[in-house]
Design a protein around this ligand. Structure first.
Ligand code: IMP
Length: 193
């Protein structure tokens, strides 16, 4: 079954392709000839992931799914959340975002956080959503060079390494995206039976 993953983020595409393990023919936006920026103006992860998938479905007529992810930090009332990508400004720079996060957490004792991913699948015109969460702690000094985004400051519960100190296989084993994606794959597998 051919499915388009509505993302331009190659890190994410590779993670999802690894989790799908060849079970579906996964294509990206470039494969569809989609070069425009997908709309992302909602104020929740659910709204944004739906907006991206709906755009692709309407304009390209493909079965597809999109994700939206946020880092939700307890002591910051759930920030940066849906604004994670542009937390430090429209330049969407990961280093700037991490530095602002560490600054805003200065003096806070509660450093608990969670990554939350929401996938929206549009299949044969019907919409389905799937959520995945991984909880952890924000450390004081970034560590590691793997991954992307907030990975160097996020240590998942039960581990002593940051996401950026894990290889892709280890991160994929527990990540928010894998957990949401697993629900999506289980759903696809069930309806394909
Ligand atoms: P989006 O899902 O592309 O909107 O991602 C929102 C923001 O969260 C981006 O700044 C990403 O860097 C960050 N983000 C998403 N997934 C991850 C992850 O697995 N690790 C670290 N940061 C992430």
């Amino acid at each position: 079954m051919k499915l388009c993953f509505a993302t331009n983020n190659t890190h994410k595409f590779d993670e999802v392709a690894a989790a799908l393990d060849g079970r579906f023919e996964l294509v990206n936006l470039a494969d569809m000839g989609c070069t425009e920026e997908l709309p992302e103006t909602g104020d929740t992860l659910e709204a944004n992931s739906h907006q991206k998938a709906a755009y692709l479905h309407q304009h390209y007529g493909v079965d597809c799914f999109a994700d939206d992810t946020g880092l939700e930090v307890e002591a910051l009332g759930g920030e940066p959340g849906v604004y994670s990508a542009r937390y430090a400004g429209p330049q969407r720079n990961a280093t700037d975002n991490v530095q602002l996060l560490l600054k805003n957490l200065k003096g806070k004792t509660d450093r608990s956080a969670r990554f939350r991913a929401v996938f929206t699948l549009i299949l044969a015109g019907a919409t389905h959503q799937f959520e995945g969460v991984v909880t952890g702690q924000i450390i004081h000094i970034p560590r590691g060079s793997e991954g992307f985004g907030y990975d160097p400051v996020f240590v998942p519960d039960g581990y002593d390494r940051t996401f950026a100190e894990m290889n892709l296989v280890d991160k994929n084993g527990i990540s928010h995206r894998t957990r949401a994606l697993q629900k999506l794959v289980d759903f696809l597998t069930t309806i394909a039976e």
